[in-house]
Each structure stands twice: as C-alpha cells, then as structure tokens.
Design a protein around this ligand. Sequence first.
Ligand code: SAM
Length: 271
Amino acid sequence: MLLLRRFQKVDLNLIRSSKDFSTLYMDPSLYNTLEKPTTSVGQFFSGPVSKTFSNMDTQDQVVMDMGCGPGNITTKSIVPLFPNLKKVLAVDILPNMIEFAKKNNSHPKVDYSVGDISQWSSVEKWGGEISNFFSIQVFHWLKDQKEGFRHVHQLLKPGGYAVFFFVLQSTFFDMCSEIESKSKWSEYLKDVNSSVPMSHTENYQPEYYADMVTEIGFKIEYYNGDMKTDVFASDSLYRDLFLIAHLKRNRRINGLPTQEGRMLELIARKI
Ligand SMILES: C[S@@+](CC[C@H](N)C(=O)[O-])C[C@H]1O[C@@H](n2cnc3c(N)ncnc32)[C@H](O)[C@@H]1O
C-alpha cells in the first residue's frame, strides 16, 4: 500500500493518464534528499573523474551538466572539480527540476536551464562551446542513446571530455517489468515497462557503448561496467526514491536497503 499512498499524494488521475512513467517518477525534492551522491557515483568522482581533471587548466572553461536534476551533484561534485571555470551550464528536461535547482542549489557559477539532450534543436545554441560535459544517471532514460552521444560530440570543443555514468542493468528495471505484469498494480502504472532501457532487456555490455562512442568520434579514456551495490540511508528514502522498490529484491546490508545494478562509467574525449 505504500506505493498507492505515495501516489495518492502525487495525483492519481495524472498517474492514470500518464504516458510517461519516467516524468512522473522524477521528484526533485526526493533526489535532493540524497545529500551526497550514492556510493557508486561518489567513487566514480573521487577516482577516475578527479584523476582526469586534477591537473587541467580550467580557466574560462564552460562545463555542461546534462540531466542535472535538482542540482546537488552539479554544485557539490562538479563545480569543485574546476576551481577556475567560467561557468557550468546545468540543463534538465523537466522544468520542475530546474525550478527546484534554482531555489535550492543556486551557485554564482551555475546557470540552470531547461533542455533535452535527445533533441538537437533544444541544445544546438551551445554547439561547439562546451569545454567538458557531464551526464550522471541520465543516458539510461534515452530511447535513442546513439543520437544522444552524437549530440554530446557536437556540443563539445575538440579535445573536450565527456563523462557519463548510467545504468545498464538493474534490479529496479526487473521490478518495472514485474509490476506491469501484475494486474493489481498495472492499472496505476500502465507504462512502467516502457521505462526499461534496451541495455537491460538486451543485456548490453560496456563494450557495446565503447564501440558506439568510438564510432561517433570519441577516444575512450576510461570505462568500467562493474556491478555496483548502493546502500540507502533508510527504508522510507528507498521506497520514496524508487517508488516500486518495496516489491522485492530489497537485499540488505547492515539492515539497510540496497539497489544493485551494472553501471557504466565512461570518460571519452572528442578527437
Ligand atoms: C536520475 S536523475 C539524475 C540527476 C542528477 N544528474 C544526479 O545524478 O543526481 C535523471 C535526470 O535526468 C533528466 N533527464 C532525463 N532525460 C533527459 C533528457 N533527454 N535531457 C535532459 N535531461 C534528462 C531527468 O529529468 C532527471 O532530472
């Protein structure tokens, strides 16, 4: 019942008519409750990402954070990597995320705006202007990922780095498929299954994406596709964040709920 209670808070009619579960699922205030990045994102930033940018002269750089969400990764993890940067363009497809980010994570060097990486017309004004590009936990939402990578290539200046972190396979996606198959839930969540990416159903491995971005014109600097387990601080945060995650596969570490998945960490350079 937890699922329904939360949805009733949102708006049950919206859910019934929603064609896009992913839009519904994104709640800025919940994402913002993750005060620090998840363990897997944190380790990516403190390891390979920091190493990539540690000795770089970032004077006058324009950095983009695509799919910035509520802006906490932007301000707490990306800005500190670039001490002398000119600005960060933080972009998200959802106007409510951007509104929330402006109110709750404002920063003198961060410009927030609405945009969609899957539509070139939405981002072309920044074409060739971006020094380095980040997109954390976003590319698994794209229906045409190759087109998304192409747009990133067009946005970057030659030599610029693109940093991606996204989910390939996950217990969360298994739950999306499962929920749609159960009549008890499917009335409320008709399109959950359409949010499951091809990488999950087709079991794409990291090499699939390494080949894809190389073909587009990137040189791979680093990639890793290990299974990762993130532990969440409380049951309520976990349930609220993943909405449907209480169904099963809620493996526990030290009594706390976890989320398990194969994450792609990818750092590539435009050549
Ligand atoms: C899981 S949240 C990640 C937010 C933030 N990057 C972080 O790691 O905390 C994914 C974000 O990507 C955004 N998003 C999804 N598809 C997008 C697209 N095509 N273009 C831009 N943003 C998108 C969503 O609105 C959401 O805010």
